[in-house]
Design a protein around this ligand. Structure first.
Ligand code: COA
Length: 265
């Protein structure tokens, strides 16, 4: 059985669904999943027709319940360092993918699962979702970016509390602290809500949305002055884009824009 599945929506090939598929172990991330995710990213990076990716876990019990703990026991410090560095590379590829990425989180999103969801642009959770970084209960710390991305998303104080206490955060609380963007009641509503969100975004100029994605990402890595300079360069770049001409013409002509970059290819 494939541990990672990648499928385009039958009625909208601009949107792909990427599924971690090990439901028998709550979609825990083992080597095979990491290889599958890398292969899926290879495919997505070379397919410009896909504009949005919804990342989810198979079944209703879990998004991803973390790194596969059964692989920890025999691992040396040097091996774990290599595993963490490889995960950082992979997760950073997802984070900077030139597409809109949305995590559809139902059930457990612990450890590596929480870390994986934080690499997406947006997170939608069903009411049964539970987020957390429980690594200190195992005598280790988050190693797939959790100490860095959680603090950036929800602030250092909340991140420290969650990591030190191994606290679990339900969907409502995750929404309150800005860890998720939207909450739906049932698991069945999760994918439709993500598709609705993706389609809403793709009504806008895709090239502008991805430029904004770069501006926000680069700005978060640097000082304000450098971030502003980067923003100005990206904003200027949009002025040579056909989409910008179309958007402005549509506004002046009081009609809906028809953005080239957002169409099915
Ligand atoms: N790695 C490996 N296997 C895992 C796993 C993980 N991170 N999370 C769950 N599983 C496996 C369980 O071992 C169990 O396998 P089994 O049926 O062969 O015994 C199966 O998935 C179902 O999990 P189970 O613990 O029986 O479900 P539960 O509903 O009682 O508890 C959790 C769910 C998520 C609370 C619990 O599985 C858990 O704490 N998982 C580990 C979470 C974690 O610490 N993640 C960070 C890792 S760094």
């Amino acid at each position: 059985m494939d541990t990672v599945l990648l499928e385009k929506l039958p009625d909208d090939s601009r949107i792909a669904v990427l599924t971690v598929n090990r439901p028998e172990v709550l979609n825990a991330l083992n080597d095979s999943v990491m290889e599958g995710l890398a292969a899926a990213l290879d495919a997505l990076e070379s397919d410009a027709s896909v504009k949005a990716v919804i990342l989810t876990g198979a079944g209703e019990r879990a998004f991803v319940a973390g790194a596969d703990i059964s692989e920890f026991a025999a691992r040396s410090p040097a091996e774990h360092y290599a595993v963490c560095m490889a995960a950082h590379g992979l997760f950073s590829r997802l984070e900077t993918l030139d597409k809109v990425t949305i995590a559809a989180v139902g059930g457990w999103a612990l450890g590596g699962g929480c870390e994986l969801s934080m690499c997406c642009d947006l997170r939608v959770a069903s009411a049964n979702a539970v987020f957390g970084l429980p690594e200190v209960t195992l005598g280790t710390i988050p190693g797939y970016g959790g100490t860095q991305r959680l603090a950036r998303l929800v602030g250092m104080g909340r991140a420290k509390e969650l990591i030190y206490t191994a606290g679990r955060v339900d969907a409502r609380r995750a929404y309150e602290i800005g860890l998720v963007n939207r909450v739906v009641e049932t698991h069945g509503e999760l994918l439709p809500e993500c598709v609705k969100l993706a389609r809403g975004i793709l009504k806008n100029s895709f090239s502008a949305v991805t430029a904004a994605k770069h501006a926000v990402f680069e700005g978060a890595q640097t000082d304000l002055r450098t971030g502003l300079a980067h923003e100005a360069a990206l904003a200027a770049g949009t002025f040579s884009d056909e989409d910008m001409r179309e958007g402005v013409s549509a506004f002046l002509e009081k009609r809906k824009p028809d953005f080239c970059s957002s169409k099915q290819g």
